[in-house]
Design a protein around this ligand. Sequence first.
Ligand code: ZN
Length: 277
Amino acid sequence: MTTAAFTDLSRLCIHTITTKPWNIEAAARNYSSKGVKGITVWRDTLAGRDIRKTGNMLRDSGLKAVSLCRGGFFPSKDRERRRNAIDDNRRAINEAFELGTDLIVLVCGADPAQSLEDSRRQIHDGIAEVLPDACAAGVRLAIEPLHPMYADTRSAINTIAQANDMAESLKSPFAGVAVDVYHLWWDPLLEAGIERCGRNDNLFAFHICDWKSPTVDILNDRGLMGEGCIPLRKIRSWVEEAGFNGFVEVEIFSDIWWKQDQTMFLEKIVTAYKEHA
Ligand code: ZN
């Protein structure tokens, strides 16, 4: 493949969860062989490894560690669990620092045993508590709003407006927003929310996949770009008009794609990125 062809992929990042059957070494080797330049690391893939060495391995493969996924899960009715969540987020910040990435994506959490307002207060307080650690480590925290179907247990932050409110209330250059098209494509206020991120200079991450019709599983049935109904190019144009020039991260949780040959899937991801993103 020529250098010119690689240039097209200069902002393509793939999240390791997308090719879940591969360990991080196989993912790095294969992404890099296809000219992918960025990798987002699911924390589980680091289990049992020397994280610093793993970060070096990624860089030696020509990959930038775009982010560590994931921190968060702050809310709980139970005080002890909230305390444990703070400790776990501090560990994640340390892991991000060791890996050599400056970004953690936060799946903020929710507890159905309490109100969404209480969960949001606890998310705010949890992030505020770990922000000094993040700042000291040079690691930014991206609040990722999740689709409302996850409001019971995964996130009480469900729209870009709520993510912006939360990020702005934390008043720190280390607190910002992650835009994931899967979670936000339906929102009539999405363009305005992305513009607001641009004004605050706090759009930290952009995640892509597609929304299949019908979606048969709310966790693990995301589509490859082009398989569904998300206006990907339009949303990407808003993100870029807002000043974002970072990596475009392919994040596909899919029981169907995980069962396919991953080398073939990777080729399809690269083609779909060029054609649809
Ligand atoms: Zn995402």
